[in-house]
Design a protein. Structure first.
Length: 365
């Protein structure tokens, strides 16, 4: 810096920072030749700002919004005479940092790599998430010590990567402990966000910052899983597969009639489609019935004539027992549905096996 600039700096007695409208600066060190500050200089701190004085490498004081006259000897103030005495190089050095206290909104966060979860319905699944957050400086002294240090300017990009990593890590902890089913995550964004925010805030406080807002915009599954869910939803919407197959067939007939081969040319295709539809319908019906086997076939039921009275109907197992106890003989009259008249038991083919081991009646005496 030339001599003219040195002299000009000696006559500047207003210390202020007019932050550019599109600036991303979180902290800004006021430029002053040799870090000299004149006795009686004016310090202007605007709303949304804080001024911090650093004297000989140590934080001396913090000023909130307002206008101050720098006269007290307890501040790191350098008199112009001291500067002249040492040839513009005062043995006392002071720096003024302006720190932006405003809220920084619409900051983005997102998972670079999927988060693995164990879902009760789908098993292990991978999810991704993204959203927005807002933050601001709450403790200028801690912010200056932990992050700014000797940097002449400190911009948001220098901290957003660290903030994003902290947010994603704590979000993964929160969603893992919540144990919310994947299909119910959309209705619990606020709950998960509040849990994650509670974990993030203490870590940011150590750096002199605060998380004012935290939003989850979306939690998504891998593309192949989403396609499978869409198929599952489609099957649920279709409902009765037989009706759907008939509807598809009815829709295809007019289109087939327009083809050069007519209906004959697509008959095989329609037949195959119907067969597939019936198989799918049968499979779905089997699932609906719980996979139980069909009922066993029942044997024919017979009525018997006993002493001029009708008894029954009896199945073959009961009739076999009657043969053994002698209440059903070869000459006993029997009838079942489909027979024209009553007939002797031994003349009915279905009952002949019952008498195979039974002796014939004794001849008359």
């Amino acid at each position: 810096m030339g001599l003219l600039n040195k002299l000009r700096a000696e006559f500047i007695d207003i210390i202020e920072w007019t932050e550019p409208s599109h600036s991303d600066l979180l902290a800004y060190r006021f430029p002053r030749y040799g870090n000299e500050i004149k006795m009686g200089a004016k310090l202007v701190v605007r709303e949304g700002q804080t001024a911090a004085f650093v004297n000989e490498g140590q934080l001396a004081d913090v000023f909130k919004p307002g206008t101050y006259t720098l006269e007290t000897q307890n501040l790191p103030i350098l008199a112009t005479l001291q500067g002249w005495k040492y040839g513009f190089h005062s043995p006392f050095k002071a720096e003024v940092y302006f720190i932006s206290m405003r809220q920084w909104t619409d900051l983005k966060w997102g998972t670079q790599n999927p988060i693995m979860l164990r879902d009760a319905e789908f098993g292990p699944v991978r999810i991704r998430a993204f959203g927005t957050y807002a933050m601001h400086v709450t403790d200028p002294a801690a912010f200056l010590r932990q992050l700014v240090a000797t940097n002449p300017s400190f911009e948001t990009y220098e901290i957003t990567n660290q903030l994003r990593n902290t947010i994603v890590s704590r979000f993964a902890d929160a969603i893992g402990e919540a144990k919310i089913p994947v299909l119910e995550l959309a209705g619990n964004y606020e709950r998960i966000a509040n849990v994650a925010k509670g974990r993030i805030v203490p870590e940011l406080a150590e750096m002199g910052m605060s998380l004012t807002m935290f939003y989850i915009e979306n939690i998504s599954l891998p593309q192949e899983v989403e396609k499978a869910l869409d198929k599952r939803t489609e099957m649920g919407v279709l409902g009765n597969m037989d009706q759907y197959t008939r509807y598809q067939t009815a829709q295809a007939i007019p289109e087939a009639a327009k083809n050069p081969g007519g209906l004959a040319g697509v008959g095989a295709g329609l037949g195959a489609g119907i067969a597939v539809g019936q198989q799918m319908a049968g499979a779905l019906q089997g699932q609906t019935a719980g996979g139980s086997p069909p009922s066993l076939p029942t044997s024919a039921a017979f009525y018997i004539g006993d002493g001029g009275k009708q008894a029954g109907p009896f199945d073959l197992n009961v009739l076999s027992a009657k043969v053994r106890d002698g209440s059903l003989t070869r000459t006993t009259l029997v009838w079942r549905q489909g027979m024209a008249n009553w007939a002797a038991a031994e003349s009915v083919a279905e009952l002949q096996t019952l008498f195979a081991a039974a002796p014939p009646p004794l001849p008359p005496q």
